[in-house]
Design a binder for this molecule. Structure first.
Ligand code: F0G
Length: 437
């Protein structure tokens, strides 16, 4: 029905603007080699009131597609052929939490967290996996694959297993969190730990897909970003379609920041929101190619770095979607900063101490916010949303190391190491007394 969706989808090259019908296996433009995005040819003005109402009402429907926090926004997504149901595990519909303690620590009046770790496999990747893996099934593929720092692989493995497809995971050996690796095994993927880093895994997979019929599910796949953009839609719905002043996201391969930015841009064009929030991207200082690109080259080019950070999810030196992320920073007027390992560790413990919790990579958002408040970029009275990308249980080793590190000088009041006592109530009561009333 004309006007019922935002338009007819097609793939557009972000470099030469070509309309691409036959992308390369790694979703590049065959003419100029740049990245692709899903664009929509408008076919009549969609009714924004109708869409907002439909999206809300679907939450109380009984069908899996409506209950998905991604597919309930399907008027803004590529449509699957009638014979295909989306592959869904009820992703999306994630909570918005208030962070009181973190707000005080950062120096803002109010702080919210959109917790994407509350997705079925514990990270935001599920919101893009449901769309891209559904496209793989439409394309008739048996095999899907990805290079990953652990969350994409966990998500892909789950969705592939659920769809009855086979999954190949390439991860850097020794540099991913156990929670994530164990998920990939549990969801029965073929898991290869390569003796290289994430960027090396991407290179190997790029060669594999040229020689083997395997559908690529890294975030260069534009259908991943379409699913991930719905988080922006959902966030605006949760805010009554009144955007916050700032949205802050971690930056790794830069797919997520690009996707959220695309969501906000589309909503503005559709008249669903009246202005854009500033979208800021935070990287770890040991893995900060975008920060350097912005500072040294004004975002015009990027130089890969040798990435090192204990926030392994964002241990990425050569981000695929950097051009899209630069466009988002420019359009929304967002900041791009990096934070130290110590700042990440403290921020993670503070988010935990608010009863919310997240994995290390997600905590860069709070660490970054503190710096942005200090520099005056974020004002005390402005509204801020941190996008927490992964669940606290993804990387328990990191958490244990932080709290058990009794020798550490800083963040004493944040460290809560387990206390070993005799099995004696008096010992426990004595401990409580020493804690004070
Ligand atoms: N936060 C978490 C928890 C992640 O897993 C990732 C990326 C990011 C942030 C960064 O998002 O890459 O879109 O900029 N993880 C990927 C993976 C690379 O393989 O799981 P990005």
């Amino acid at each position: 029905m004309p006007g019922a969706t935002i338009g007819a989808p097609y793939l557009r090259c972000i470099g030469c603007d070509a309309d691409v019908t036959a992308p390369t296996e790694d979703f590049a433009c065959p003419a100029c080699g740049d990245r692709l995005e899903v664009a929509y040819r408008p076919h009549g003005a969609p009714d924004s009131y109708m869409m907002k109402t439909l999206w809300r009402v679907r939450k109380i429907s009984a069908t899996p597609t409506d209950l998905s926090g991604v597919w309930r926004f399907r008027e803004a997504l590529p449509i699957l052929p009638a014979a295909f149901e989306p592959v869904t595990l009820r992703e999306g519909n994630t909570p918005l939490y208030t962070l009181r303690r973190c707000a005080r620590a950062a120096g803002v009046d109010a702080l919210m967290a959109k917790h994407q770790g509350m997705n079925p496999t514990g990270s935001f990747k599920d919101t893009g996996m449901t769309t891209a893996l559904s496209m793989a099934r439409v394309g008739g593929f048996q095999w899907v694959g990805c290079a990953s720092t652990g969350n994409t692989s966990a998500s892909m493995a789950a969705y592939a297993a659920h769809a009855g497809m086979r999954a190949l995971v390439l991860i850097p050996e020794g540099k991913i969190a156990w929670g994530k690796l164990s998920q990939s095994l549990d969801y029965a993927a073929i898991t290869c730990q390569l003796k290289t880093d994430f960027d090396g895994c991407v290179r190997v997979l790029g060669e594999v897909i040229r020689r083997f019929p395997l559908y690529l599910l890294n975030s260069v796949n534009p259908y991943r970003l379409e699913g991930q953009k719905t988080t922006a839609y959902e966030m605006m719905e949760q805010f009554g379609w009144e955007p916050p002043d700032h949205v802050i996201v971690p930056g790794g391969n830069l797919g997520n920041s690009s996707a959220l930015g695309k969501g906000f841009r589309e909503m503005l064009a559709l008249g669903l929101i009246g202005r854009l929030p500033r979208l800021s991207i935070i990287q770890a200082s040991g893995a900060n190619p975008l920060v350097r690109s912005m500072k040294e080259f004004g975002g015009e080019r990027i130089e890969p770095v040798r990435a090192e950070t204990r926030a392994t999810a964002i241990r990425i030196g050569n981000p695929a979607s950097w051009k899209k992320a630069v466009a988002v920073l420019r359009e929304t007027g967002g900041a791009c900063e990096d934070v130290t390992e110590a700042e990440i560790a403290a921020a993670k413990a503070e988010i935990g101490a608010d009863g919310v919790g997240c994995e290390p990579a997600s905590a860069v958002t709070l660490a970054g916010l503190k710096n942005l408040v200090r520099s005056g970029f974020v004002k005390r009275g402005e509204s801020v949303v941190l996008v927490l990308t992964g669940h606290c249980l993804k990387d328990p080793e990191y958490t244990m190391d932080f709290h058990r590190d009794a020798a550490a000088a800083g963040d004493r009041e944040l460290r809560k190491p387990p206390v070993v006592l005799d099995a004696d109530p008096a010992a426990v009561i004595d401990l409580l007394n020493r804690m004070g009333m």
